[in-house]
Design a protein around this ligand. Structure first.
Ligand SMILES: Cc1cc2nc3c(=O)[nH]c(=O)nc-3n(C[C@H](O)[C@H](O)[C@H](O)COP(=O)(O)OP(=O)(O)OC[C@H]3O[C@@H](n4cnc5c(N)ncnc54)[C@H](O)[C@@H]3O)c2cc1C
Length: 406
């Protein structure tokens, strides 16, 4: 049989497993899968498969392994590092049709989900039990929990609750040859290796996660979000350092600089941030009502001492959502400033934050680049700074690298 007939027969067999809607080979349909958030790299896959469960994934992987075709896993394709970019001549397996919440146990606070469940959907489903899923990447309205596991994603609230790795209790994995690895029960494997921990952050290179056992977190009794407004960025940076040095542990600490505020306020994510501010700092504290009151009483003087000239407080959900909308939409809002972005994700010790910001600002001025900064405090003792450098007229749309300086 010639090569094209072999391929047609393979497609036929794969189509029989995933159904006609789960097997895409038409140019128009494949176009949507050419790249992830790193749109600079594009490669059209030969075939896209959308399995509905673990069994279908196993069957597909077996056939593809026998045929010797390379496979790349994909969730929602929001990744910024090109992990879901297809390989030439290869197959993309996207988990978006595997999107069922299989079990939600409010007593043990555990959820079992398929990998294609959207991050926010789990929190929405758990809300009726007073629970939520804590890791909250800014893309949480679109990204899948499987993608979060593969990237060990973090978000604003990972400062207090830890990133995805701290919330994954078990996994069902389909290996490259279709072998099923059942690590679904929360336990160490017989060899005492933390295989689940090893898989989290492996970017799809160890296999496809099809089912995830995840930890749910109880919603705090009280939450208070403060928006501190500054006339200079240094004051906001120093506030972060002082809050951590005072051993106060907010649930989230995020700075947005002037250009970011400008972009957000011009966009649909407008959060009512003051346009004339040089920086805003979002501080969120949670716990019992007494804990929150005591933390707020200690944090507010620090913010004022470091130059915050206005503090806005949100104590109800809708006001809090509005304050966070700007931060969570900041990346999308950058399109208001320039069509092309060069995204740099760096990790710096908090004591060096102010120096780094000053130097990066100088470089941007020298090179006549627009520079927008969003900072998130991830875990002690480092701060993550996303520098979104807007380059008008360059050929790339988005680039992303991580530099760790500890
Ligand atoms: C606007 C915006 C904001 C963002 N904010 C954040 C943020 O705050 N924090 C953060 O950490 N990231 C953020 N990201 C990056 C991205 O959303 C996360 O990395 C997310 O976890 C990717 O999920 P996904 O479902 O889109 O995965 P994809 O992009 O489809 O895939 C990402 C990687 O995971 C692999 N993969 C996907 N599913 C599986 C699976 N089931 N099994 C094995 N491997 C798999 C893929 O092969 C690829 O290597 C942001 C992106 C955007 C566009």
């Amino acid at each position: 049989m010639d090569r094209s007939r072999t391929l047609e027969s393979l497609k036929h067999r794969l189509g029989a497993i995933v159904g006609a809607k789960g097997c895409l080979d038409q140019a128009g349909a494949l176009l949507a899968y050419e790249c992830d958030g790193l749109a600079l790299l594009r490669q059209r896959p030969q075939l896209v498969l959308l399995p509905r469960d673990t069994n279908e994934t196993v069957e597909c992987m077996r056939l593809l392994h026998q045929a010797g075709l390379p496979v790349v896993a994909r969730g929602a394709g929001t990744g910024l590092s090109g992990g879901a970019t297809p390989v030439a001549g290869g197959v993309l397996i996207a988990m978006t049709r595997s999107s069922k919440i299989l079990e939600l146990d409010p007593i043990d606070r555990i959820a079992r989900v398929q990998a294609g469940v959207i991050n926010i959907d789990l929190s929405l489903a758990a809300a009726r039990h007073g629970l939520y899923y804590a890791p909250d990447p800014s893309s949480q309205q679109a990204c899948t929990l499987g993608g979060n596991v593969a990237e060990n994603s973090g978000g604003p609230h990972c400062l207090m609750h830890g990133s995805t790795a701290q919330h994954v209790l078990g996994l069902t994995i389909v290996m490259h040859d279709g072998t099923l690895l059942d690590l679904s029960r929360p336990r160490l494997d017989p060899e005492q290796l933390d295989l689940v921990g090893c898989f989290v952050g492996s970017e799809g290179t160890f296999g496809l996660a099809t089912e995830l056992t995840l930890k749910l977190t109880r919603k705090p009794a009280a939450v208070c979000t403060i928006l501190a407004i500054y006339r200079d960025l240094d004051g906001a940076c120093d506030s972060v350092s002082d809050i951590i040095a005072a051993r106060l542990e907010p649930a989230a600490l995020e700075i947005l600089d002037r250009l970011t505020i400008e972009a957000v306020e011009k966009s649909v994510f407008s959060a009512g941030y003051p346009k004339d501010a040089e920086a805003v700092l979002l501080v969120e504290v949670e716990g019992s009502a007494a804990e929150v009151a005591s933390s707020v009483a200690r944090i507010e003087p620090i913010l004022r001492e470091r130059g915050a000239f206005e503090l806005r407080t949100a104590e109800d959900d809708s006001k809090r959502k509005q304050l966070w909308a700007g931060r969570k939409g900041a990346f999308g809002a950058m399109g208001r400033i320039a069509p092309d972005l060069y995204v740099a994700d760096v990790v710096v010790p908090r004591t060096k934050l102010r120096d780094l910001v000053r130097r990066v600002t100088e470089i941007a001025r020298e090179k006549r680049l627009k520079l927008a900064n969003v900072f998130q405090k991830f875990s002690l003792p480092t701060v993550t700074m996303n520098a979104l450098i807007c380059l008008r007229g360059k050929t790339f749309n988005c680039f992303f690298f991580t530099l760790s300086v500890c």
